[in-house]
Design a protein around this ligand. Structure first.
Ligand code: B12
Length: 486
C-alpha cells in the first residue's frame, strides 16, 4: 500500500515537538513493506497547495492524518486545531477521489467518534498503534475490512460506528525505532529562545507508555490505557546513544510522568550512568516521587529542566484531584531539584473542584516562596479552569454541578472552573495582581492590558464562536455515552 502520513500539528509555542508517534508508525509501516511518505504541516505557510501537491505526486492509497492536539486546553485562550484535519481530508479526497482517510494520534484517541464525524474519515485507530497499523494496512491491501484490528473505528452504513477497543499492548522488541529521515528536517535547524539561551528542538524518546495515577481530569488513559508498559532499559539507552551519535544536542523524555514508577526510572538512569551518557535532557516529573538518588542521577546524566505536574499546593485540593502527593512533597522536591541546579517549572490549575479563596491563596503563597520574582530558573504556569475530557471523573463532577449538560460533544472544549473562584470578582482581581507582580509566573499574555475578568467574558464569547464553527460540520446527533468515569 502507498501511505501518506500527515501531521497537522502547527504549534510552535513554546517549542515545536517532534511527531514521534507518527514517525514511529510510518517507520513500522515501511518496514512491513509499504511505500510510505510523511508530510509535516508544522513548517508550511500555505497548507493547501502542499497537501494537494503531495497527494497528486505520491497518489497514496491511504492518507493517515496524525492528530496530536485537539485544542489548546486553555479556557482563557481557546483554540481548536481539528479543522485542519478536515481540510487535509477534503483536499486529499478532492485530488484523489476514493482515497482512504485514516485518523490516529493522541488527540484522536481522546475524541474518536467526534473526529470521525467531523472529518468524515473512513477509519481511525485509537490508542497506540505500533501493533495495529500493520494489520490494518494488510487488510486494506487485501481488500478486506480491518474490523478486528485493535482500536479500529469504522463508520457503519446506517450511522454509528463499528469499534474495537484498543488492547494497549506492545512488544517493544518488534516496534520500529522512529527513522529520523522521516522527520521534516527543518526541525533540526530550528532554535527557540528561552529567557537566557537559544535551544534546539529536542530529540524525543519514550521509556514507557501509560501511568499508574488516576488524576480526575486526565485523559491519558484513553491514549495509553491504564497501567504501565515498560520498554527495556538497554533499548532505551541504545536509542539515546544513537540519537547522541547522530548529533542531536538536546533530549526530551516524553513519558507522561518520568519518575513513576520510581524504580524503573532509577534503572534507566543507572544504565545511562553506566554507559557514560550525559547530554542536556528534560522530562515531566511527579513531585510525590522524588528521592535524593533520583535527583542526583538526573543531574549527573545532564537533566537541566523538569516540568512538575503540581496542579495545586493545597492538600485539600490535591486530595480531590486524586494526586499522590501533598504540599510538603512539592516543597521538598522543588528544593532538591533547585539545589542540584535543575530548573523547575510548576504547572498549576486555578479553579479545580473545591478551589476557593482559601485554597487559591494557599497555593499562591507556597508558589511565592518557591518561585519568587527575579529567579528566572524557576517558573509557575497557571491555567484557569480544567478541560473536561471524556470518561474522566471531572466530567461527572462538571455534569453534577451543572456546568455542562453531559450531552456535549467532547471535540468542543468545555472547562470546569469552580464557582467559588470564577464568580468571585475580588479574587479574580487578586489573582491578576499577584500573577502580574511576578515575572516568573504566567497565566495569560494579555493580562497586562486586559483584566482577567474581561478576558473571561471575551474567552466565553470566543468559545461560543468555536462551538458554532465546529457544530456547523458535525451531524446533529448526541455524543455517544461517555463510558464509565474512573
Ligand atoms: C510528552 C507530552 C508533551 C510534551 C512534548 C515534548 C516533546 N518534545 O514531544 C510537552 C510538555 C511539551 C507537551 C506539550 C503540549 N501538550 Co502534550 N503530551 C505529551 C504526552 C505525555 C506524550 C506525547 C508523546 O510524545 N507520546 C509518544 C508517542 C510515541 O505516542 P503518540 O504521539 O501518542 O503516537 C502513537 C499513537 O497516538 C498513534 N499515532 C500517532 N499518530 C498517528 C497517525 C495515524 C494515522 C495513526 C493510525 C496512529 C497514530 O501511534 C503512535 C505510536 O503508538 C501526551 C499524553 C500521552 N500519554 O500521549 C500529551 C498530549 C499529547 N499533550 C496534549 C496537549 C493538549 C499539549 C499542549 C497543547 C498543552 C498546552 N496547552 O500547551 C502542548 C502542545 C505542544 C505542541 N507544541 O504541540 C494532549 C493532546 C490531546 C488534546 N486533547 O488536545 C495530550 C494527549 C495530553 C492529554 N491527555 O490531554 N506535551
Amino acid at each position: 500500500m502507498k501511505v501518506l502520513f500527515v501531521s497537522i500539528n502547527k504549534l510552535k509555542s513554546f517549542r515545536p515537538v517532534l511527531p514521534i508517534g507518527m514517525v514511529t508508525i510510518a517507520t513500522q509501516a515501511r518496514e512491513a513493506g509499504h511505500q510510505v511518505e510523511t508530510l509535516d504541516l508544522m513548517w508550511e505557510e500555505e497548507d493547501e497547495p502542499v497537501v494537494r501537491a503531495a497527494v497528486q505526486s505520491f497518489k497514496p492509497d491511504v492518507v493517515g492524518i496524525s492528530i496530536r492536539n485537539v485544542d489548546s486546553q486553555s479556557m482563557l485562550e481557546p483554540v481548536v486545531y481539528t479543522p485542519l484535519a478536515r481540510e487535509v481530508a477534503d483536499w486529499s479526497r478532492d485530488e484523489l477521489p476514493g482515497v482512504t482517510v485514516l485518523l490516529g494520534g493522541p488527540g484522536f484517541s481522546t475524541v474518536p467518534e467526534d473526529l470521525m464525524d467531523f472529518v468524515q474519515a473512513d477509519y481511525g485507530i485509537t490508542g497506540f498503534a505500533e501493533e495495529s497499523v500493520q494489520p490494518l494496512l494488510e487488510h486494506l491491501a487485501r481488500g478486506e475490512e480491518p474490523l478486528d484490528v485493535p482500536g479500529v473505528i469504522r463508520p457503519l452504513p446506517d450511522g454509528g460506528y463499528h469499534r474495537r477497543d484498543p488492547v494497549f499492548r506492545i512488544d517493544y522488541r518488534k516496534a520500529a525505532r522512529p527513522d529520523p529521515a522521516l522527520y521534516d528536517q527543518r526541525y533540526f535547524s530550528y532554535s527557540y529562545e528561552t529567557h537566557d539561551r537559544s535551544l534546539k528542538v529536542p530529540a524525543t524518546i519514550q521509556t514507557k507508555k501509560g501511568c499508574v495515577l488516576e488524576c480526575v481530569f486526565c485523559s491519558n488513559f484513553l491514549v495509553d490505557g491504564t497501567g504501565v508498559k515498560f520498554d527495556e532499559v538497554s533499548r532505551v539507552a541504545d536509542e539515546v546513544e544513537r540519537l547522541r551519535d547522530e548529533g542531536l544536542e538536546v533530549l526530551e523524555i516524553v513519558d507522561g510522568v518520568f519518575n513513576l514508577p520510581l524504580n524503573y526510572s532509577l534503572e534507566v538512569l543507572r544504565e545511562f550512568v553506566r554507559r557514560g551518557i550525559e547530554m542536556p535532557w528534560s522530562c515531566m516529573v511527579n513531585p510525590g516521587n522524588v528521592t535524593a538518588e533520583l535527583v542526583d542521577l538526573m543531574a549527573r546524566t545532564g537533566c537541566y529542566y523538569v516540568e512538575f505536574g503540581t496542579d495545586s499546593a493545597c492538600d485539600r485540593i490535591l486530595r480531590g484531584l486524586k494526586k499522590n502527593f501533598r504540599q510538603r512533597q512539592i516543597v521538598d522536591a522543588h528544593r532538591r531539584f533547585v539545589e542540584a541546579g535543575i530548573r523547575v517549572e510548576h504547572c498549576l490549575f486555578i479553579g479545580s473542584p473545591g478551589d476557593d479563596r482559601d485554597s487559591v491563596r494557599e497555593t499562591f503563597d507556597v508558589m511565592e516562596q518557591l518561585v519568587p520574582p527575579a529567579t528566572p530558573d524557576v517558573h509557575a504556569f497557571w491555567t484557569l479552569g480544567l478541560r473536561v475530557c471524556r470518561g474522566t471523573a471531572l466530567h461527572a463532577t462538571a455534569v453534577a454541578e451543572g456546568m455542562i449538560t453531559g450531552t456535549e460533544r467532547f471535540i468542543v472544549p468545555k472547562y470546569y472552573a469552580s464557582r467559588a473562584v470564577i464568580e468571585d470578582d475580588a479574587l479574580l482581581d487578586e489573582i491578576q495582581a499577584r500573577v502580574l507582580a511576578n515575572d516568573n509566573w504566567y497565566l495569560w499574555w494579555g493580562l497586562n492590558s486586559i483584566s482577567l475578568r474581561d478576558r473571561i467574558t471575551m474567552a466565553r464569547a470566543e468559545s461560543e464562536r468555536i462551538e458554532a464553527e465546529l457544530n456547523d460540520h458535525l451531524p446533529p446527533r448526541p455524543a455517544p455515552p461517555a463510558g464509565g468515569a474512573r
